[in-house]
Design a binder for this molecule. Structure first.
Ligand code: UD1
Ligand code: MG
Length: 478
């Protein structure tokens, strides 16, 4: 039994409203699929729901329903969302009505919005605890500018946290006095399912917007003598919704700043927390330094004393102790991953692609691309080179401008370079091929046959000189 169930004795079922159009995004992508920190807005909500251990997760879909449903299948480990289609969208009350058949009577229902991504598990647990199987618990917040939000109306003359909640009045239905109220409904509530269902059946759309308002259930609770509790948060970020590109960008920055500060609290030294982006997970050991404008994506881990230069993009990679990634390096391990060994030096302007495995003290310099290749300890490729589908031995020196010709137009082949090989500049190693340990490849060679250990191999034309060579002359003008 998970934590939330232990505390409350009641299973928690979640409804995530995600059917709205998101008109103000002016986008063909459904609003809840826009990304915050590299992850769809609604996926953040499901992550949190997974964290609190919900029983059923019902996502109400409408606009772009197929896209949203496809995006969410398998998006969060351990959660199999159910989808309730809402067509047309007649309001938040109507949205929850569509979800009702999926909600057993014995549970507490948490109502969330797919476009409010940063709600925390602790806040949801607290709200469920307030509901306690018998109350309607609303998450509210005091704001400076309440425009557009539902106002929390308390008993007359007691518009403070002490007064009992009477109703929620939507902006468009509010009178002047109500509009002055600065405590607003966040859009998040916890309510016993059996009560919710009786109230949903009583909703109507006689209001300024002609919609079925979920918020009208507050009035029903008061009439039925069910206690209504307003649980106030002071964390505006947790209840911030996304309605426009500007709001999305603002929330992204706030989210990034929060992540940056969390890392700094662990000891990570960020040159500037305002110029740091994490779109995934970043695990850092001690004394990591990260310069400005770096982007981390997917799962990245950095060992102790790793330094990341300015303007690097690093995705799905493990960087071991003491390695230095110089500025403007692009690393993306995608599914296969990338590993950079202890003490390795990479960049500036290097590119590590999926399956790049660099051993300890490897050097990868500017304009070097490495894909699906293993470089053993101490190997170096310092300038303008390509290593694809290669196995490179220890201490190999791979010259400037050299490449593995790993692709014959149909298939990929491997290049094996033994320990202590020296590949000169501007060589083409045509795979499949093996360069024997300790061998030397003369600069400018195109190597098509495997070479013996210790051998010097040169395939370029022999140099010839012609003394006192007279270049052709232009014929004198007539
Ligand atoms: C709602 C609340 C308001 C609260 C505000 C907080 C109601 C009537 N009002 O207002 O009190 O202050 O949220 O942000 O609930 N949705 C559907 N189907 C629909 C309508 C909406 O799925 O038919 C979804 C939207 O996609 C969105 C969420 O429900 O994710 C909230 O809808 P929205 O239109 O933003 O509600 P507000 O009018 O802002
Ligand atoms: Mg809204």
């Amino acid at each position: 039994m998970n934590q939330i169930q232990k505390d409350n004795q009641e299973p928690v079922d979640v409804v995530i409203m995600a059917a709205g159009k998101g008109t103000r995004m002016k986008s063909s992508l459904p609003k809840v699929l826009h990304r915050l920190g590299g992850r769809a807005l609604v996926a953040h909500v499901i992550d949190t729901v997974a964290d609190i251990g919900a029983r059923h997760v019902v996502v109400v879909t409408g606009h772009g329903a197929t896209d949203v449903e496809t995006a969410l299948e398998g998006a969060v480990a351990g959660v199999t969302p159910q989808f309730a289609r809402q067509v047309p969208q007649l309001g938040t009350g109507h949205a929850v009505q569509q979800a009702a058949p999926f909600l057993p009577d014995d549970g507490t229902v948490l109502v969330l919005s797919g476009d409010v991504p940063l709600i925390s598990g602790d806040t949801l647990r607290a709200l469920v605890a307030e509901s306690a199987g018998r109350r309607l618990a609303l998450l509210t917040i005091q704001v400076d500018d309440p425009k557009g939000y539902g106002r929390i109306v308390r008993v007359q003359g007691q518009q403070d946290a002490e007064g009992e909640v009477q109703s929620i009045v939507e902006e468009k239905d509010a009178n002047e006095a109500q509009r002055a109220i600065r405590e607003i409904y966040s859009g998040v509530m916890a309510v016993p399912a059996r009560l919710l269902k009786t109230w949903l059946a009583r909703l109507d759309n006689r209001n300024a917007q002609g919609e079925y308002y979920l918020t009208d259930i507050v009035g029903f609770a008061v009439v039925d003598g069910v206690p209504v509790v307003a649980h106030r948060t002071d964390d505006a970020l947790q209840v911030a919704g996304v309605n426009s590109p500007a709001q999305l960008a603002a929330l992204e920055r706030a989210h990034q700043l929060r992540q940056a500060h969390a890392l700094m609290a662990q000891g990570v030294r960020l040159a500037d927390p305002a110029r740091f982006d994490l779109r995934g997970t970043l695990v850092c050991e001690s004394d990591v330094e990260i310069d400005v404008n770096c982007v981390f994506e997917g799962a990245v881990s950095l060992g102790a004393d790793v330094h990341i230069g300015a303007n690097c993009v690093i995705a799905n990679a493990r960087i071991e102790t003491g390695a230095v990634i110089h500025p403007f390096t692009h690393i993306d391990g995608e599914k296969a991953g990338v590993t950079v060994g202890a003490g390795a030096l990479v960049g500036p302007f290097a590119r590590l692609r999926p399956g790049a495995r660099l051993g300890a003290e490897v050097h990868i310099g500017n304009f070097v691309e490495v894909k699906n290749s293993t470089l053993a300890a101490g190997a170096k490729a310092n300038h303008l080179a390509y290593l694809g589908d290669a196995t490179v031995g220890q201490r190999v020196n791979y010259g400037a401008g050299s490449i593995t010709a790993n692709y014959d137009g149909a298939n990929k082949h491997r290049t094996i370079i033994g320990d202590d090989v020296h590949v000169g500049s501007n060589c083409v190693l045509v795979a499949p091929i093996t360069i024997g340990a300790g061998g030397t490849i003369g600069g400018g060679s195109t190597i098509t046959k495997s070479t013996e250990p210790g051998a010097l191999t040169i395939s370029r034309a022999k140099q010839a000189s012609f003394a006192n060579w007279q270049r052709p002359q232009k014929a004198p003008k007539a």
